[in-house]
Design a protein around this ligand. Sequence first.
Ligand code: AMP
Ligand code: MN
Ligand code: MN
Length: 316
Amino acid sequence: MPSTPADLARQTIAQNERFLVVSHLRPDGDAVGSVLGLGLALQAAGKDVLMVLEDGVPKSYRHLTGSEQIVRKADGRDRCTIVTDCSDQSRVGSVIPEDAQPVLNIDHHNTNLNFAAINVVDSDAAATCQMLAVLLPAWGLPISREVAEALLTGIITDTIGFRVASTSPAVLRTAADLFEHGADLPTLYAKALLRRSYEAVRYWGAGLSALKLENRLLWTRLTLEDRRAVNYPGRDDADLVNILQTVEDADVFVVFIEQNDGTVKVSWRARPGFDVSQIALHFGGGGHKPAAGASIRGSLDVVIQKVLTATRPILR
Ligand code: AMP
Ligand code: MN
Ligand code: MN
């Protein structure tokens, strides 16, 4: 029987001693959780592991054991490279040189470009951490309490607390298993999803005051000036797009976030039955049918016009 990508991955892990485990820029809970869960499991098997997130670990995930080991730069040593939760190599940033192909790509985006030598990709999985919760034991890597906490955090954040359509009985069973391995679900849930800064909520205010609804498309923008005015330190939307998604008068939701490097970060969300991932892919980004993103070069106004023009047709 031909080997599956997961079998090839198991062999690769068994045969290597030094690993580099990386995930995407502006890391979310699934990026942090998958790097940490896999990294700690490899360390427990005696491997030499360097965990890297170019943008560092956001404050809301620093309670996770081992997160202090995650650094922002590679160390130049020859390592077997594993990329998690990334649909293409550029999402990693500059940690891996463009001309160096990663060995292993573990991901769940339906826009994944299969950029590594071995690609373990499952677009039905709710989170990369959900995949790892099944893969690690199959690779002979036990799930300790610390690993369980990291993986459960990724599942909680990518399903936004078990409430998006990718939440399946299998997801809940995995969450229950991780809970049994010592990951305290209510505490991890509260730390990842129920805590935000005063500045973040004031920043929402700027976005909410500019909301536009047209033909079941709800959108807004956040400017550099909005961030400065309320002292918001991030360059994301502080999860505003997930709040907009609760508005029942719309089916597609877009947030434009002006950046200081001449680009605009765009976040799309959509109700089941709509696919925003292909629009994001068209603009050089990617994602899932109901949730996608892209970083697009251009001024805020120009990007807004281009993206709205490309997005409106899916509502017809
Ligand atoms: P966000 O809108 O940033 O919360 O991202 C929504 C989904 O789209 C997540 O699954 C992201 O991993 C993916 N995504 C966001 N930005 C990009 C990008 N520039 N390239 C590829 N995928 C992206
Ligand atoms: Mn992610
Ligand atoms: Mn993910």
